[in-house]
Design a protein around this ligand. Structure first.
Ligand SMILES: Nc1nc2c(c(=O)[nH]1)N[C@H]1C(S)=C(S)[C@@H](COP(=O)(O)O)O[C@H]1N2
Ligand SMILES: [Mo]
Length: 401
């Protein structure tokens, strides 16, 4: 075969094209070199972050004195009860928790009282409370709480993301007499427990004739307990705190005081059983020396490095009014939302919201009001006339209800 010689037509632009390609090639090489350097930098950053994470994980201990935190502060003691740690029955557990918290430094609470509030939603971020939970290996509670907020309360004014405090926007507040579950305000002091109704039982003890355990199935059975439906306006004593803060900022309480406007108030129809009936039918009544009923909630409550379950009480003379103190599982015809106390909460008419304990799993009949800090130190009513400190009356000048 004869060799074929291809003769390209003379192209005056060819040299120029080749030169341009060469220049482009040089540019690409330079860009590649740059990318390689950037990649190297990124790899350094990643390995730096890995070291940081490792350090962080060492700082955020998973164990204490060799015992895993999940053993020290277990959430799985009762099957189907998540996000709940029993503190009140475990003084040793409380002591260890305090010991751990005492060794840590936490983010100070924001001094929002002294600066204009951010225009963000959530307005405030509860760094400190999240860190308390993380320090005890309870971060899953923080995560579950926010997931629940996004599911059950997406449109609220999120005053504080954790513990969750959500205010009803004014347009929803005035829409009708009853506020929809989705818009009813929320005031939490801790995380939201995740409890299965089928596994849930209410324990009643203290100064009763017969201590008892009642399942939700029995409690909801109208042939066993007479039901009542009550329309209740709950108001948190913090409502309109933003105005109070402007007059007197306070001197920095331990808990972040959510800057409530007028929306920490809401009305709903609750269905349940009067507590009086439950005490009578399940426990054969209370003993004569019982003067107060204490409610324990499944959430974890922090106060000055001490750990508790939420605890409050109301006097027997209130409970005796029958429908004024209700054990409720239904809100506006729907199952109680998780954020409002599912599967069971107390609803007390005519008292501050704080007495209406959510996620109530234990009731104790007591001779004195609850010693829980919410009852004994935080939500107090003072007489109109606060007498001078020299007066003998001062020591009992406040009353709890
Ligand atoms: N277990 C538990 N119950 C609780 C609280 C809480 O933090 N934990 N907050 C109380 C307070 S201060 C108020 S005002 C009401 C608010 O009820 P809501 O969130 O269903 O509106 O719940 C009360 N019951
Ligand atoms: Mo409250």
């Amino acid at each position: 075969m004869p060799a074929v010689t291809l003769t390209l037509p003379a192209n005056p632009d060819l040299a120029e094209i080749i030169a341009r390609r060469d220049a482009e090639l040089d540019e690409l090489k330079a860009a590649l070199a740059k990318s390689c350097a950037a990649l190297e930098d990124a790899q350094k950053t990643v390995s730096g972050l890995q070291t940081y994470t490792a350090t962080f994980e060492r700082v955020v201990e998973r164990s204490y004195n060799g015992v895993p935190l999940s053993k020290l502060f277990p959430q799985g003691e009762k099957l189907g009860w998540r996000g709940y740690v029993e503190w009140e029955d475990n003084p040793e557990r409380k002591r260890v928790a305090t010991e751990i918290l005492d060794t840590k430094k936490f983010t100070p609470i924001p001094e929002f009282q002294f600066v204009p509030l951010p225009k963000t939603n959530p307005v405030l971020i509860g760094h400190r409370w999240k860190e308390y939970h993380v320090a005890l290996g309870l971060k899953s509670i923080v995560d579950f709480s926010w997931e629940t907020v996004l599911k059950e309360k997406p449109g609220m004014i999120h005053l504080l993301d954790f513990p969750y405090n959500g205010e009803t926007p004014r347009s929803e507040l005035i829409r009708s007499k009853i506020t929809d579950n989705e818009w009813h305000f929320v005031r939490n002091h801790g995380g939201i427990p995740d409890l299965d109704e089928d596994a849930f039982e209410l324990e009643i003890g203290g100064l009763v004739n017969t201590p008892a355990k009642v399942s939700m199935k029995d409690l909801k059975d109208p042939t066993k307990f007479p039901q009542a439906e009550v329309t209740v306006t709950l108001q948190c004593s913090g409502t309109r705190r933003i105005e109070q803060i402007q007059l007197y900022p306070g001197d920095g309480d331990e808990l972040i005081n959510a800057p409530w406007g007028e929306g920490a108030i809401g009305t709903a129809v609750y269905r349940g059983v009067p507590l009086k009936k439950v005490l009578k039918i399940a426990c054969g009544g209370i003993l004569p020396e019982a003067k107060h009923l204490e409610f324990i909630g499944a959430d974890t409550y922090f106060k000055k490095n001490n750990v508790y379950n939420y605890a409050v009480s109301v006097p027997w003379r209130k409970v005796r009014q029958n429908e004024e103190v209700l054990l409720a599982w239904e809100m506006n015809g729907k199952p109680l939302p998780k954020i409002h106390g599912y599967p069971l909460r107390v609803v007390v008419t005519g008292y501050i919201g704080a007495r209406s304990a959510k996620w109530v799993y234990k009731i104790n009949a007591l001779a004195e009001p609850s010693m829980g800090p919410v009852q004994a130190a935080e939500y107090l009513y003072y007489n109109q006339q606060v007498v001078s400190s020299s007066s003998a009356a001062t020591s009992r000048s406040h009353h709890r209800r």
